[in-house]
Design a protein around this ligand. Structure first.
Ligand SMILES: [Zn+2]
Length: 275
């Protein structure tokens, strides 16, 4: 625990008056960003990247509908943007893609052409994992040795590991599950990581909720943060999200804060970054 004054001090120093993260602000990796077709005009690639840099991000995991959005950002900032491949070519496919062979064709074609750190974020619940398309997704993840970013319930995550025990899974939104379910899942699956995107129950004012703090301390290597820019207007939250993240992380030990802010995601990226 740090002195009570520290969070306030950090709030003042982490941002300059223009809203830009200062050089001494803790790096944050945002692991849950989308740059889908309707965001391209609102935030053209150079502007989107400028915003990510202004937030003081170390890295930005980006997946988009269509993947062309991700490719534009990678081209603009290969040092910053980590490409993750979505199986969607446009908005509105989250509940139908698993029954459409075109999703698998999209993934197969893109993976042959470009480098990606993972496949996702995709939406799949329960028995969806048993569809031919999802089984194909698992086979592609295995072939390319890349992680899966799954917006899934606990049952689907269990089925992913049952079908593909060596999988590395980043659990989007920690499944919107309770602390006790997340704890059980992390215990059961050593290669499961969990992002905190679009959740706030773990934050209590400027500190961390005690139940969540226990969970973070029990699994210090498994959590990551993310904004989830699921709609163009969500891009305006990227900078405030990074700043708010630095504030609540400051109530944890330095070591744990750094892990959740960026070290855990670096570990997940180790293979991708080595290539
Ligand atoms: Zn998302």
């Amino acid at each position: 625990m740090k002195f009570l004054l520290l969070p306030i001090f950090c709030c003042l120093t982490a941002l300059t008056f223009s809203g830009t993260a200062s050089a001494d602000a803790m790096p944050v990796t945002d692991t849950h960003l989308h740059y889908s077709h309707d965001a391209w005009d609102v935030y053209p690639p150079a502007e989107a990247v400028a915003l990510l840099r202004k937030a003081g991000l170390k890295r930005a995991f980006v997946s988009s509908s269509s993947d062309d959005g991700t490719q534009m950002l990678v081209k603009e900032a290969p040092d910053l943007v980590i490409p993750v491949l979505r199986p969607y070519s446009r908005r509105g496919q989250i509940s139908t893609w698993m029954n459409d062979p075109a999703s698998l064709e999209l993934l197969t074609g893109r993976l042959a052409k470009n480098r990606y750190a993972g496949i996702g974020e995709f939406h799949a619940f329960g028995e969806d994992i048993n569809t031919d398309v999802l089984q194909g997704v698992l086979a592609l993840a295995k072939k390319y040795d890349i992680f899966l970013h799954a917006h899934s319930d606990a049952e689907a995550v269990d089925l992913i590991f049952k079908n593909y025990p060596e999988a590395h899974v980043l659990w989007a939104h920690s499944g919107f599950e309770t602390v006790s379910t997340i704890r059980d899942m992390l215990k059961r699956h050593p290669k499961l990581w969990a992002d905190l995107a679009f959740r706030s129950e773990h934050i209590d004012g400027e500190t961390v909720d005690p139940e969540w703090q226990d969970l973070f301390e029990a699994f210090p290597d498994r959590f990551m943060v993310g904004t989830d820019t699921f709609a163009p207007e969500r891009w305006s939250y990227v900078i405030p999200h990074a700043q708010r993240t630095r504030t609540w992380l400051d109530s944890l030990s330095d070591e744990l804060a750094e892990k959740i802010a960026w070290r855990n995601s670096e570990a997940l990226l180790a293979k991708y970054l080595k290539q």
